[in-house]
Write a new protein. Structure first.
Length: 673
């Protein structure tokens, strides 16, 4: 279109099937412009266009192209108007106001390449102009160029239109600690207090900083809506953050955020695609967590190392943050073949997976930060599994199975999952006894703890701590003498907010010891200083609980109502201390009080945990891997027979009577790293 207008003196101007073929004559430039302007002002746009096309033969100034653009716009020729505005803006000296109009019109017409080209010229203007920021954000999002969106959020959130502010919400990153994100969410919710999406976002950020007063206040309409049987606050919720306030798995499956249902026959079509089965089972793991510092790797690493290479080929489809992988040296090849899919579209990633004839693809993320679970909706493998990352059903993702155990996935839960259950016999969570450091001696004094007090501890993330949990913990403190609560905080704001709730409950400041995040070895060391870990609901400690048990710290939990709230029960059974699972919140409180008065029982529980560390299933990676591989073989056998996925329970190996490793072996493995 630009060329068509630029050469208007020698070729026709065409749009929407109409052709304007003009004969040109020499005219007085000034008079011609005045004449064209007069026709335009009178609404005689066709005559104005005829005059301007004649004028362009001798005058290609910015004002002429600008008037041409306005005229074409009145006639409904937006694409040509965009090109005319662009020519007007590019005439020296450059006019950014005309280029702005060109960019917006190109965007309206779907000409994103042209809009982006202009955007590169007037980018500084976009950081002040919400309309430009909106267009460029839309284009960059469409092209998966999210790294180019920095700076647009702040102008969009102050924009005059709802579309600006909705785009600001779309541009929010996963970083719940970034001040820009916090400002946007607070501004959106303050401006639109009745907007369900903005309320949901505000509550996510409030929970992260334990702003329990704000959470209680702004959850009230949500709970009132639910009490009336309405789901308007559930359906748009992020499935992961939804779990932090709702322990009802009948509702959990309805939080679908921005996902879309798949066609009814989608999974069946995928399973019927031609596939070449080999002698070995080809396993693919999909994750952004393939780096040693991530909780997933602290659980999974030794299982990946232990896979039987005679029966299984292991490929890791990696979209991890490269900066995280560079934090420490690590030989990733010992885990399997690494395939980098960071820069692949979901479709391209699925094609790369299928090209490797992967038999079983395991998504380790689900609805968690950094997930690319939507790759599974592009039919990459005949068998597709959810495991480990997300404690619930992964909505609107094409999955055949979810791996769990009888505790986290009881019979009554089947109706709330679209995946079929694959239940391992003892615990769904792998735990690495070889690469995880053993607790080293430390002192209470080093961590600001009183020497003679009974120490209750919570190392769970602040978003898991609800008002109900704080109130119960306050009851426990009030009912126990000479006890303190050792509480992990992710920053000063969370500490201030938690203390406000504790103080409101009448707790003396001396009864609470706040602590922050520290190095992993130091964290493993310090846990043993506590007497009893206090679990959270409706989301338990997951890796946090198994770390405490590894360090010899008993953890008190209660029976849950969904996957996320049943994890600690599974872990406690797998380490041989099921007596630490209360039936309900009242018994949880009573048991904590009782245990605080029985130091000899606490000592016995700690001894049991140490004695069971190398013989019970929880930290037995070798046993776990055998069960996992048996599950894979059962799945493949069904698929080879043309059978649809079905619920399955993996039989347990004989109970161990001898330790699977010794303290010396653990120490030697750690030293060798």
């Amino acid at each position: 279109m630009i060329g068509r207008i630029h050469d208007a003196g020698t070729r026709p101007l065409t749009r929407a099937g109409s052709t304007f073929r003009l004969e040109f004559s020499l005219v007085n430039t000034k008079n011609a412009f005045v004449t064209a302007s007069s026709f335009y002002q009178k609404g005689q746009y066709t005559r104005a266009l005829e005059t301007l096309n004649d004028l362009l033969n001798v005058d290609r100034s910015a004002k002429t192209y600008a008037l041409l653009a306005k005229t074409l716009l009145k006639l409904g020729f937006k694409a040509d108007a965009a090109s005319a505005y662009e020519l007007a803006g590019r005439q020296p000296p450059r006019r950014d106001d005309y280029l702005r109009e060109a960019l917006l019109l190109h965007s309206e017409c779907g000409n994103d390449d042209q809009a982006l080209a202009i955007g590169s010229l007037i980018l500084p203007l976009a950081f002040k102009d919400p309309d430009l920021a909106f267009v460029l954000s839309r284009i960059f999002l469409t092209r998966q160029q999210k790294e180019l969106l920095t700076g647009f959020k702040s102008v969009l959130v102050e924009g005059p239109e709802m579309r600006h502010r909705m785009m600001a919400a779309t541009l929010l990153t996963d970083d719940l600690y970034e001040e820009g994100n916090k400002h946007i969410v607070a501004t959106l919710f303050k401006t639109y207090p009745d907007n369900i999406i903005f309320r949901t976002l505000y509550l996510i950020f409030a929970r992260e900083e334990s702003d329990l007063a704000a959470v209680d206040k702004h959850m009230a309409p949500v709970l009132a809506s639910l009490a009336q049987g309405r789901l308007d606050h559930v359906i748009p919720d992020n499935p992961f953050f939804h779990l932090h306030w709702c322990g009802d798995e009948a509702l959990n499956k309805l939080a679908i955020h921005d996902t879309e249902p798949l066609p009814v026959d989608h999974a069946e079509t995928r399973r019927k695609l031609p596939h070449a089965w080999g002698r070995k089972i080809r396993i693919g793991y999909l994750s952004s967590d393939f780096w040693p510092g991530h909780a997933t790797m602290k659980l999974l690493q030794h299982v990946l190392e232990l896979h039987d290479k005679e029966r299984f080929e292991v490929t890791l489809f990696d979209h991890s943050n490269p900066l995280a992988q560079q934090e420490e040296q690590f030989d990733y090849e010992k885990l399997g073949t690494m395939v980098d899919i960071r820069d692949f579209s979901n479709q391209a990633a699925a094609e790369a997976i299928r090209a490797r004839d992967i038999d079983i693809l395991i998504d380790l993320k689900g609805h968690t930060k950094g997930s690319r679970a939507h790759i599974l909706n592009h039919m990459p493998a005949p068998i597709q599994i959810a495991w480990l990352g997300f404690p619930g059903t992964t909505v609107n993702i094409d999955l055949d199975y979810i791996i769990g155990d009888p505790y986290v996935l009881p019979e009554r839960s089947k109706e709330h999952f679209h995946e079929k259950f694959c239940r391992l016999p003892e615990c769904y969570q792998p735990n690495d006894p070889l690469n995880r450091p053993k607790p080293q001696p430390t002192t209470r004094a080093a961590h600001g703890l009183p020497e003679d007090a009974f120490v209750f501890a919570s190392f769970n993330g602040n978003r898991k701590i609800t008002s109900q949990m704080i109130d119960v913990w306050c009851n426990i403190l009030k009912r126990t003498r000479n006890s303190v609560l050792w509480l992990l905080c992710n920053g000063p704001k969370a500490e201030a907010n938690l203390w406000a709730r504790l103080e409101a409950n009448g707790i003396n400041r001396k009864r609470v010891v706040f602590t922050g995040r520290i190095g992993y070895q130091e964290h493993i060391d310090r846990q043993q200083l506590a007497d009893l870990g206090l679990d959270t609901f409706p989301v338990n400690g997951h890796t946090t609980t198994s770390e405490q048990l590894w360090g010899g710290l008993p953890v008190l939990t209660m029976k849950g109502t969904n996957f996320a709230s049943r994890v600690s029960e599974s872990l406690l059974n797998a380490i041989g201390v099921p007596e630490l699972v209360a039936d309900d919140i009242k018994q949880y409180e009573d048991m904590a009080v009782e245990l605080a008065s029985q130091p000899e029982r606490i000592a016995q529980l700690k001894e049991t945990l140490v004695a069971n560390r190398y013989i019970k299933p929880l930290f037995d990676s070798e046993r776990f891997t055998h069960h996992l591989e048996a599950a894979f073989e059962m799945m493949v056998e069904r698929a080879k027979q043309g059978l649809a996925p079905d619920h399955m329970d993996v039989p347990a190996l004989p109970t161990r009577t001898e330790p699977f490793m010794t303290e010396d072996q653990n120490a030697a493995a750690i030293a060798a790293e």
